[in-house]
Design a protein around this ligand. Structure first.
Ligand code: MG
Ligand code: MG
Length: 261
């Protein structure tokens, strides 16, 4: 786990600005999600949009990652690389994006539907997004980190879904990944106390089947071991009193056809 840094109000506002660029980027990408488009075309859309806003893609070049987006289709959980795969009707695609503006990072992910998807997969997306929201709701001043983790886990497992263990959410600020780790599983009342100044990315990765995952030979893509679909949603959140302060937003994303509500 990386070092934990507490942010000032003006620093939180800088993270907010880069987070909004990320949210708008995901909305731009969402507009273009339809059968026939390749994931590398989506990546280009994201890169040009981020640059047009005076920010830089956060993932490109991160430990050698080639893309602006992580694009993870169907059984791919996270960290899929943009490429020549053409989306087809019935696919789901997790689009994960980060941007850096004036040295401050924002990070968000949304799983979109390509055309019409099955009711079973629709339910996976719905529950994963709800799990994120429940985690976010628990991320308030005075709570414990474990309250966030267990809120996500309880909801996903109550639907008999698998909660990925190997990858976790994280603190965010001047680096894309800082402490604390934010697992999608844990116990209420455990872990560090949440205080103002802490900014975290909460990102449930929920599998329709079992929780186990593999890393592909490309060194990046994480895939479910049983080959069943996986969903991923992420918000960057500042800890605040009484009510969570979500720095990213799904509002524009959810005006696109590919966003399943
Ligand atoms: Mg992300
Ligand atoms: Mg993240």
């Amino acid at each position: 786990m990386g070092k934990i840094y507490y942010k000032t109000e003006s620093e939180i506002e800088k993270i907010h600005q880069s987070s909004l660029i990320v949210s708008n980027t995901l909305a731009e990408v969402g507009k273009s999600i339809e059968p026939g488009i390749t994931t590398v075309e989506l990546d280009k859309i994201a890169e040009s949009y981020i640059l047009s806003r005076g920010a830089k893609p956060a993932f490109k070049g991160y430990r050698g990652f080639p893309g602006t987006l992580c694009v993870s289709v169907n059984a791919q959980v996270v960290h899929g690389m943009p490429g020549l795969y053409k989306l087809k009707e019935g696919d789901i695609i997790s689009v994960d994006c980060g941007a850096v503006l004036d040295g401050w990072y924002g990070d968000s992910a949304y799983t979109f539907a390509v055309g019409k998807i099955s009711d079973e997969i629709k339910q996976l997306l719905k529950v994963t997004k709800e799990a994120l929201q429940l985690g976010v709701n628990a991320a308030i001043e005075g709570a414990r980190l474990g309250d966030v983790c267990s809120a996500v886990q309880q909801h996903a497992e109550s639907h008999k879904y698998g909660v990925v263990r190997e990858l976790v959410g994280h603190g965010i600020g001047r680096s894309l990944h800082e402490g604390p780790d934010v697992p999608n599983y844990g116990k209420r009342g455990n872990g560090m106390k949440l205080v103002r100044g802490l900014v975290i990315a909460i990102e449930p990765m929920i599998n329709m089947g079992k929780k186990e995952v593999n890393q592909e030979d490309d060194g990046w893509t994480i895939t479910t071991k049983d080959g069943l679909p996986s969903a991923h949603f992420e918000h960057t959140v500042a800890i605040a009193k009484g009510k969570p302060e979500i720095l990213t937003t799904f509002e524009e994303i959810e005006k696109t056809k590919a966003a399943q509500l």
